[in-house]
Design a protein around this ligand. Structure first.
Ligand code: ADP
Ligand code: MG
Length: 378
């Protein structure tokens, strides 16, 4: 087993993360290679590992690559095709990911989402089908979580600068002024014209909690279209597994230890083909005067969601749903979050608490590996 997660400091000075996972004992050639590459990717070895990867590809595989990593959607995206990994297929998958990024990223000035935000309070904007579908789903999960997950969280994300190089604690007055702008009910969707209208001036959408999941689903679809039967899509920890392991055993996905170094895990989730997505307090944060301020906000308080949870992992078939739910359940906290999950079918969860206890939903197949944690299912 190898479960690798890293937190690199990019040349631009902001942090990005990615979670690598699994690969267990009996593996085929590509799987072993992925395992090996995962292990050599320490921060300082990143460049060397990639050079190594290219040499290996050129010398032994022709135009077949065992794995490819690129920076997209604000994170490291790694695609591993366990069979028939033609360069052309990797190109198709990454093209699809970039297409989605160009539409949905608030960091790309010409994106559709920025057009919607720029027209807040003024006019509806006709958007790409991809974006319309994601906003529609985001609206649904905002409703389901009664606004704990809210795609109109944009003004709060900007106020805290949590996704920027200079995050800061805003004043109470600033938070008070910003909160009325956060309300998913003020997103108007026209299914006929596929247009989106933000009813209040100053509102803005931020799809950071759901777009990676959608992109992971679309990347998986692109792989399947190319005839790929077994693969792993890892968009900064949004994982989609395609197919079965060669030895027919379940896949094992490591769950990051929220208190540990990148790559250290509290345990493993065993699952067949599925998506596994985690939201946690360790992904993106800053610290001031001994307090940690992380990137999942409570839209009601305007502060980072502060509850007993350190992370929530959702396991289900659709990665966009897993992504939305991991953020929603994290923001709701354990009690409310579990109640929400009980209403859904085919969704499993692992909750890691700050006090180092772990709970899972009944059907989750979780194996504890770090004995400093305890599983305390009710
Ligand atoms: P990650 O981006 O690490 O995978 P999440 O999926 O939980 O983690 O998304 C967190 C991101 O979602 C934040 O960086 C921010 O852009 C946005 N966000 C923060 N709080 C909320 C919220 N309550 N509802 C919806 N989106 C949020
Ligand atoms: Mg999410």
């Amino acid at each position: 087993m190898a479960a690798i997660s890293r937190n690199y400091q990019s040349a631009l000075g902001y942090k990005f993360n990615f979670i690598r996972f699994l690969i267990t004992s009996r593996t085929n050639k590509h799987e072993r290679l992925t395992h090996y590459l995962s292990n050599v990717r320490t921060g300082s070895c990143w460049f060397a590992a990639n050079v190594f990867l290219y040499i290996l590809i050129l010398t032994s595989c022709g135009n077949v690559e065992s794995s490819r990593s690129e920076f997209a959607l604000g994170t490291v995206c790694t695609i591993t095709l366990f069979e028939h990994g033609k360069s052309r297929v990797y190109d198709d998958i990454f093209n699809r990911i970039r297409e989605i990024e160009n539409i949905m990223s608030v960091n790309i000035p010409a994106s559709d989402i920025n057009s919607v935000n720029a027209s807040a309070g003024t006019a509806p904007v006709r958007v790409h089908d991809d974006l319309f579908n994601v906003i529609e789903s985001a609206y649904y999960y905002a409703d389901l979580s009664r606004g704990a997950f809210d795609p109109s969280v944009g003004p709060l994300v900007s106020l805290w600068g949590i996704n920027s190089a200079n995050p800061r604690i805003p004043s109470r007055a600033e938070i008070r002024e910003t909160l009325p702008l956060i309300n998913w009910r003020n997103i108007e969707l026209d299914t006929e014209t596929k247009s989106v209208f933000l009813k209040q001036r100053g509102m803005s959408l931020d799809l950071g909690a759901i777009a990676k999941g959608y992109a992971a689903d679309e990347a998986a679809a692109a792989a399947r279209r190319a005839g790929i039967k077994r693969a792993m899509i890892d968009l900064g920890g949004n994982i989609v597994i395609i197919g079965r392991r060669k030895d027919k055993n379940p896949w094992r996905v490591g769950i990051q230890n929220p208190d540990g170094n990148r790559g250290s895990v509290v345990g493993l989730v065993r699952t067949p083909e599925a998506s596994v997505v985690t939201s946690g307090i360790y992904e993106r944060f800053f610290e001031q005067d001994g307090t940690r301020y992380h990137h999942i906000f409570s839209p009601s308080s305007g502060y980072p969601a502060d509850n007993e949870l350190a992370s929530v992992t959702i396991i289900t078939q659709n990665s966009m749903i897993a992504d939305a739910l991991s953020t929603a359940v994290f923001a709701l906290g354990y009690e409310q979050g579990s109640l929400l999950l009980e209403r859904l079918r085919g969704v499993q969860a692992v909750f890691v608490f700050k006090d180092r206890s772990i709970r899972t939903t009944k059907d989750a197949n979780f194996i504890l590996t770090d004995r400093s944690y305890t599983v305390s299912n009710p």
